[in-house]
Structure formats: C-alpha cells, structure tokens
Design a protein around this ligand. Structure first.
Ligand code: GLN
Length: 212
C-alpha cells in the first residue's frame, strides 16, 4: 500500500485479519489509494473503508482489542462509505444468526445474516451472479464458507440474489453508503464491485473524526 497518491480517494482496508492484500490490489486497480487500518489513528482522512472477508468471530475480537470499534461506529453513523465482503458483511449486519454469543457487529445495515449458511469450508463454490449496478456479464462470485442474507429491511436495496438449498437469498445489498457482498469480489480479476463502490463515493471531502 503506497504513500502519496494525490487526487486518489483514500480507502481504508481493515487490516486486522483476512483478505487484506487482495482488496488493496483491487482498490488500487480502480484508481483509489488503499490505506491499511489497524489502529484508531489510521481511520483519519478516509473517504471509505473496506471490511474484508476472513473470520467474523476473530475480527470481532481483534476489533475490540484494537480500540477501533468506537471510532468506527462513529464514522459509520456519520456516513462513511463501507464495503463489507463475507465476514465484513457479517460485521455490518443488524442481526447475526449462528454467530458466537460474544460476537459483535456494527449493526449498520438492516439485514439478518446467517453465518456459514452453505456449511463447511469444503462447501465453498463459485457462481455467476447478476449484480445490479454492474453492467455487462454476470459477476463470477466466489463463496467461501459464506453467509447469506435471510432478511432485508425496507431501506435495503438487494443487488444480487442466488438460488440456495434454502431458497432464493440475497448475496449483495446496499443501504445508503454501505455495500455488502456475501462473496469475495477481490478474488477474481473482475473489478466491477470495487469500481461500483469507489465511484459511488459522493463526498469529495474525507470523513474526519477526532481521534483521542
Ligand atoms: N464464515 C466466516 C465467518 O463467519 C466468513 C468467511 C469468509 O469471510 N470467507 O466469519
């Protein structure tokens, strides 16, 4: 992740655990400046944030010990654009089904999410998914021990759905400045999800918070 980058949007990548490097590469490829976020001080001057996939229970623990939860909560409430993928989606949901009791989430999107909805790691799969806002062919979506969105509130725009053994379920959604995918858009060379996220960032001014 580089220094400089005048004129490029500074997009944080939560770098506590998980698929950080691939998101940074994808962001750079769509013209943004990826910035690793490990401490509260790293949250300054961001135009957006990616919460990558990984393991939501581990991320939840690491978030608590890093001291990032409170300032990030404030930034999300202030409208910071966030892209959450897989475990990142889980961390943004209002309600998590089959989570650990002590697992916390930001509750930023009015969705109920079921963790590990397709079973264990061996049940990971790829699928061609039509995503609203991504013109052209379907997106090749990589699902790794993925969650599904079981319920979405009225303010949530469903961007993509797939057929699952449980029926048709949402796998990409947007609510205000928050976008989530149950799959891993950073693991293919298709940059349309990152492009959609970065080009959708309206504010020319970075969100600022007082870091204490
Ligand atoms: N199953 C993981 C969790 O619950 C998410 C998997 C992923 O991010 N690829 O956090």
């Amino acid at each position: 992740m580089g220094e400089g980058g005048a004129g490029r949007l500074r997009i944080g990548v939560l770098a506590l655990q998980g698929d950080v490097a691939a998101h940074a590469t994808a962001l750079a490829e769509v013209g943004a400046l990826p910035v690793p976020v490990r401490r509260p001080a790293d949250l300054g001057d961001l135009a957006g944030l990616v919460i990558p996939g990984g393991e939501s229970t581990t991320l939840s623990l690491l978030l608590s010990s890093s001291g990032i939860v409170e300032p990030l909560d404030a930034l999300i409430a202030a409208g910071l654009p966030v892209l959450g993928t897989c475990a990142g989606l889980i961390l943004l949901a209002r309600e998590v089904v089959d989570g650990r009791p002590d697992q916390r989430s930001f509750g930023a999107m009015d969705i109920v999410v079921r963790r590990n909805a397709f079973g264990r790691q061996v049940s990971s799969f790829e699928s061609d998914v039509v995503v609203a806002g991504c013109p052209g062919p379907p997106v090749r979506a990589v699902f790794i021990r993925a969650p599904v969105i079981e319920e979405a509130g009225p303010a949530v725009e469903v961007l993509a759905e797939i057929d699952t053994p449980m029926g048709c379920r949402a796998v990409a959604c947007r609510q205000g400045a928050i976008t989530v995918t149950a799959f891993h858009p950073e693991l293919t060379t298709d940059r349309r999800i990152h492009e959609m996220f970065v080009s959708g960032i309206k504010t020319p001014h970075p969100h600022k918070i007082a870091i204490r």
